[in-house]
Design a protein around this ligand. Sequence first.
Ligand code: PEP
Ligand code: MG
Length: 572
Amino acid sequence: MKGIGASAGIAIGNVLVKGNKIEVKKYKIEDCDNEIKRFRKALDTSISQIKDLIVFTEDTLGKEEGKVFEAHIHMLKDEELITLIESKVKESKFNIEWAVKDATDFYVDMFNSLDNSYMRERSIDLIDVSNRIINNLLNLDTIDYSKLNEAVILAANDLTPSETAQLPKNKVLGFITEAGGPTSHVAIIAKNLGIPAIVGAGKVLDSFNEKSLIVMDGGTGEFFINPDNLIINQFNEKKNYLEKEEELNKHVLGMESISKDGKTFEIVCNIGAPEELNQVIENDGEGIGLFRSEFIYMGRGEAPSEEEQLNCYKKVVQGMNGKPVIIRTLDVGGDKEIPYLNIEKEQNPFLGFRASRYCLKEKELFKVQLRAILRSSAFGNVRVMFPMISSVQEVRAIKKLLEECKSELKANKIAYDENIKIGIMIEIPSAAIISDILAKEVDFFSIGTNDLIQYTIAVDRLNESISELYTPYHPAILRLISTVIKNGHKEGITVGICGEAASDIKLLPVFMGMDLDEFSVSPALVLKLRRHMKKFSTTEAKEISNKILKLEDSEIINKLLEDTMNCYEKIE
Ligand code: PEP
Ligand code: MG
């Protein structure tokens, strides 16, 4: 079975199914004032519980995560909601628990009917708040993890952010939810807590019995219910292997990213939100190689303002404390939909009106972002990068807009880095082929292998039925990457890779041998890459990449890379 991998890691254990529905009875009451008194008391209790929760969350996860629950306090103090609930009791003479549920259901249904994922996610917060008030009115316990004899894998229709933040790591090995997306608060909190998690698994709760054994991989989203011994052994092996690896990886914390003979490379991180900064710092990321800024446009009803964007970029830039931060401009389109931008349905969205193409048409929206990025450059080491570049005209048009934004800021005496470095993603074959021309226009390249593979081999990166054709080992991909690096270096600019291929350990010596300057990977993979990097000397890496570049087919390349890795695996 498969859901969406939301937080990496293997978990094996018995399931605990969490019922989301609280039974709320509806009955006539005599004393309205008493019901309202009970309600006010339950509100006070809920507020003080959430205040404790904020302190707990800030201590365990950080300030930013605590903010999720400040929104809960606002809901508990919302006069409109309180008046609605109390007037329901007074007018209908039904009990307060029913009134709380009826009033919050009304708002939840309204939020859910909107074509807006931000509002839909807020409805989860409202359910969380409503359940808390009702639990307090009825003196109900939520799951008491301290009474569990053994650690479990939690399965639920959905979890609320507050439930997720309070999951005790020693009792909850992992969780699977039927609902939810990879950018929800729940997924972000799970990642930060280091609890393996799968979200968006679809209707699966009915398949679990009390005591079903589950094995799950929060990285791939794969899970099995009551698997046979063969699968259990495979998952156990994966788990042991990952644990051993993690221990070994810790040995390179605080060290430089260098080859066996001392050549330095940069290992930086891919992030989608300031909340991921903790992980970058914990894992010793040397900067941000790709801040996917489109995620800050998602889950809301309108584009973030210049100030909102500035605050968000500033947090990342200041958090990195002088280390480089590459902010990629809005890469909307393809599979990344932002409903309020009203991009029409297209036959081939990946080949359509997306990313820089969209931004060059929607100049005002684009300039808001450019100004915010420029302003953030006054607070640290910021670089700006443009996605989906296919021609030199596009680069020149973007640079012109950037100059316009600089002039506007200058005229208003607003600070920014005048020498901010400009880069482009090389992720369309045409850009790779003319990389000699493009290299004269910019300060750096970052190769987006995720898209470069799909466009070069003409294989949809989302289509499971042709997924075996999607490979970074295709000679065309490796030749293009080698060409781009050489062309970049001829013009004296740096070249990185920020697609998933950058963290493929088998390709590490190949890219080192090609003299790639920068590897941009998920925070959790920095140390692993650094540890393997020091196994190869520059001469060895060059030999491997030269050999690979002469091969004709991806299967042979894969096999040779596997054999090479096996030879180097045991070196520590
Ligand atoms: C890429 O295409 O390789 C890339 C890093 O960008 P994204 O995955 O966001 O398209
Ligand atoms: Mg891309």
